[in-house]
Design a protein around this ligand. Structure first.
Ligand code: NIG
Ligand code: FE
Length: 402
């Protein structure tokens, strides 16, 4: 399939900003990007789509979500708003455990339909690639059930889906040692064999897994050829970020309690530092020091961490806006963090960029200014979303171009 897209008033690649731009797409990849006036002769005869003088950005990449779950935690949210602590609710058998019960009570079809509806809301905001974690099953069969739902989402959603097995908390009635042994000796080999996940993640924090347990789980994952990533330094400083760097993890995520030494380790290893503004702000934790991390040489990514507890956040744009205001990134840096760097957190250098060779995933903004969705809070002007050069979403009633 060959196609040329023109009528782009402003394009952020995100490395560069172009005006009056165009690009050519062949077989789902960008084959040429530049100023419309410079469109080479060889592409002039290709079928054209005029984007109407709008802004265009790379498709957003959400590299940390828990999109599959049963029920909701509105009750817990209201309690936390009155001052109850997330950690105490979890320790009392609520929180993540409440979602484990609700997820266990739901059928695979129900979990699939609910997650599909959520994914559609993300598509309408320009999210073209999503990582989705298990972690609300805990028991082996329940984790595999979640991963089968994620596989079905990957087969049917317009977005690209990246499945991750998450060691979230120790289930009730299990000895910690017994659970870690099962996870490393049974679940990880089974998931690697069946291809149900590409990566393994561990929630390393008080109330979840210790640093030593985390190391055992991640080393088992690596020995089975899976990639690794971590929930690190969210509630307490545990050393998880430095473990992520040591093991060559794709990313260390959260980082609310991370230190300059942690940032040095990330910068040296190339492990992405993913900030999750939803969880930080909603749980009233210190906002991750995105500016200082960036300046220390960390490749910073931003993700929604969409989940029913710490981050019922449906907007990657709000995640970027919060990181601009509270984490002090520029708009261009925030965009870079939710596109190119987020793709690296998935181990995919060919996503998150409008560049020759990259997958042709992009979002058309319903404005002549491509960064308008970062300026407007609470109203996101998206015109359409493309994956592999194919339009997979179009707003029902785009507004008039400002
Ligand atoms: O990324 N921190 C641990 N896991 C999730 C929260 C899950 C939940 O509260 O249900 C997170 O914040
Ligand atoms: Fe998370």
């Amino acid at each position: 399939m060959k196609q040329v897209f023109t009528g782009i008033a402003e394009l952020h690649t995100p490395r560069e900003r172009l005006e009056q731009a165009a690009f050519a797409v062949q077989d789902g990849r960008f084959v040429w990007v530049g100023a419309e006036a410079d469109l080479p002769e060889e592409y002039r005869g290709w079928p054209r789509t005029d984007l109407g003088g709008r802004g265009v950005l790379p498709g957003l990449v959400d590299a940390h979500t828990h999109l599959v779950y049963g029920g909701n935690r509105l009750d817990e949210y209201l309690k936390r708003a009155r001052g109850e602590r997330y950690e105490a609710i979890l320790a009392a058998g609520g929180g993540i455990y409440a979602t484990v019960r609700a997820t266990g009570a739901a059928s695979e079809d129900e979990l699939y339909e609910e997650a599909r509806a959520r994914a559609q809301l993300f598509l309408a905001q320009g999210v073209t690639a999503l990582e989705i974690k298990s972690g609300y099953g805990l028991l082996p069969e329940a984790e595999l059930k979640m991963l089968r739902v994620i596989r079905r989402l990957g087969e049917t959603l317009p977005q690209r889906v990246f499945p991750t097995l998450l060691a979230h908390v120790v289930p009730g009635g299990w000895e910690r040692e017994e659970y870690v042994a099962m996870f490393t000796a049974e679940l990880i080999p089974e998931v690697a064999r069946s291809g149900l996940a590409q990566a393994v993640d561990v929630f390393c924090d008080p109330g979840a897994f210790t640093l030593e347990e985390t190391r055992r789980i991640l080393e088992a994952a690596l020995s089975h050829g899976l990639k690794v990533k971590l929930h690190a330094e969210q509630i307490a400083h545990t050393g998880a970020t430095r473990l992520a760097a040591e093991l060559g993890a794709l990313s260390a995520d959260h980082l609310e309690q991370s230190t300059p030494q942690d940032w040095q380790a990330l910068a040296a290893s190339g492990t992405i530092g993913t900030v999750l503004p939803g969880a930080a702000v909603i749980l009233r934790k210190p906002f991750p020091k995105a500016r200082a991390m960036w300046d220390a040489g960390v490749r910073v990514a931003i993700a929604t961490d969409h989940n029913p507890g710490s981050s019922p956040l449906y907007s990657p744009w709000l995640a970027m806006q919060l990181t601009m205001s509270l984490g002090r990134l520029s708009a261009e840096e925030a965009l870079f963090a939710h596109t190119e760097n987020a793709a690296l957190a998935l181990g995919r250098a060919n996503l998150g960029r409008i560049a020759v060779g990259s997958r042709a995933d992009f979002v058309v903004v319903d404005s002549t200014s491509a960064l308008m969705p970062l300026y407007q809070w609470g109203h996101t002007p998206i015109h359409s979303t493309y994956v592999g050069g194919r339009r997979v979403f179009r707003a029902a009633s785009p507004g008039s171009l400002p």
